[in-house]
Design a protein around this ligand. Structure first.
Ligand SMILES: O=C(O)C1=C[C@@H](OP(=O)(O)O)[C@@H](O)[C@H](O)C1
Ligand SMILES: C=C(OP(=O)(O)O)C(=O)O
Length: 423
């Protein structure tokens, strides 16, 4: 009789979304906040530096970041570099608008290509006169003199990040802010935003029609331990599924505020065994590393993980369709197009529509994957590379946006151990 091997324990770094929200909340709060286990990666270091540009003191070690909040919006003039970080470009202009001074936001060519128009329109509606590029993209100048609050309608069909940005800064406004978000995508991120705002003492209310109201009153410093990143964990879970291994991510369990943990429910449909407890999540792949296909799944709420599924879908026994992901075309790359091109380069049949992709089963060949400087393309196809020889990346280091140690961790877990397939 053979006994199942004990699960491997993965080391998944902190959540980008929680780290960057917590940085802003701590900066806006009155007092000193300690953030334990923050993500240390390009996106969070960019956010931290941007806050420093805005006059906020952040110190400490890689294990604990100490933020000295000012209890108000920033004061003084500043140029703020957002690098590649969508969260910086969408969360920081509303924060700046609650302060006093002239703030100029800019970022990389990749970030300059990503839409900001709904946020620019919302700030205009709140009485700021932001000056953006002609198409409502970076660079963006905010002449700030505090915000009164009020009622606005926000186009949230490209991204939920505009709504998060406005909500995070609302307690610093003089009156309540009421936002009616239309066409909201990536919905779980808004619950994460509200729950972190409550942790720092803010009061928010959601009405039945989805309208959110935030009361003024500022924030109070509140220490926080940041949980591992669920989007990052998707690569580890998918790798377990296709290698027949059992892998546990500790610290990512039933209490998680990250919608992307829902990716494991998609893996369950492919035949993987999933166990979520208070202390962590374990995924165990089928012994043969095979996947059950033949389903259609809406991943609109968890679109950062759609590439993780699409990249391993050729290993399934029937086609897999993913829909509801049109907004994924507006991220670091046009992700539907990038995944389709790369899978075709591996000899896989793919059909794509504006908001969907269908991946057919097939014997994938090796190919050089074009990463388009998109960390998630690099990480998703690395998982396929555990099963298909000859897969290489044209830009392996782009993973540093969210997981600088990704390649080492994938190797430690899946290549330094013998798997049931002998991979
Ligand atoms: O609020 C956040 O932290 C994020 C929201 C999502 O973006 P969209 O709302 O643009 O889909 C997600 O893709 C991104 O990685 C992080
Ligand atoms: C879309 C992403 O990032 P950003 O925060 O730049 O939007 C992502 O990490 O997949």
């Amino acid at each position: 009789m053979t006994t199942a091997a004990a699960p491997l324990t993965a080391r998944v770094p902190g959540s980008k979304s929680i780290t960057n929200r917590a940085l802003l909340l701590a900066a806006a709060a009155d007092g000193v906040t300690r953030l334990r286990a923050p993500l240390v990666s390009d996106d969070t270091l960019a956010f931290r530096t941007a806050l420093t540009d805005l006059g906020i003191r952040v110190s400490g070690t890689d294990e604990v970041w100490e933020v000295t909040g000012t209890g108000s919006g920033p004061v003084g003039d500043a140029r703020v570099w957002c690098a590649d970080a969508g969260t910086a470009a969408r969360f920081l202009p509303p924060f700046a608008a609650t302060g006093r001074g002239t703030f100029v936001f800019d970022g990389s060519d990749q970030l300059r290509a990503r839409p900001l128009r709904p946020l620019v329109d919302a700030l205009t509606g709140l009485g700021v006169e932001p000056a953006g590029g002609p198409d409502g993209v970076l660079p963006l100048t905010v002449h700030a003199n505090g915000l009164a609050g009020g009622e606005i309608t926000l186009d949230s069909s490209f991204s939920s990040q505009y709504l998060t940005g406005l909500l995070l800064s609302a307690p610093l406004m003089r009156e309540p802010l009421t936002v009616r978000a239309e066409g909201l995508v990536s919905r779980p991120y808004i619950e994460m935003t509200r729950s972190l705002m409550h942790h720092f003492g803010a009061r928010t209310r959601q009405d039945g029609d989805g309208t959110i109201r935030v009361l003024p009153g500022g924030y109070t410093a509140a220490d926080l331990t940041i949980e591992p990143d669920a989007s990052t964990a998707s690569y580890i879970f998918a790798a377990a599924a296709v290698t027949g291994r059992a892998v546990t991510v500790p610290g990512l369990g039933t209490g998680s505020s990250q919608g992307d943990l829902g990716f494991v429910e998609v893996l369950r449909r492919t035949g993987a065994h999933v166990e979520i407890t208070e202390s962590g999540t374990t995924v165990t792949g089928r012994v043969d590393g095979g996947l059950t296909g033949g389903f259609d799944v809406d991943m609109g709420d968890i679109s950062d993980t759609f590439m993780t599924l699409a990249a391993i879908a050729p290993l399934a026994d029937a086609p897999i369709t993913i829909h509801g992901i049109g907004h994924a075309r507006l991220k670091e790359s046009d992700r539907i197009e990038a995944v389709a091109r790369n899978l075709r380069a591996c000899g896989i049949r793919v059909e794509e529509g504006q908001d969907r992709i269908t991946v057919h089963p097939g014997r994938s060949s090796g190919a050089e994957i074009a990463c388009y400087r998109d960390h998630r393309i690099a990480m998703a196809f690395s998982v396929l590379g555990l099963r298909v020889s000859g897969i290489t990346l044209d830009d392996p280091s782009c993973v540093s946006k969210t997981f600088p140690g990704f390649h080492e961790e994938l190797r430690r877990l899946f290549l330094d151990h013998t798997t049931p397939q002998g991979i």
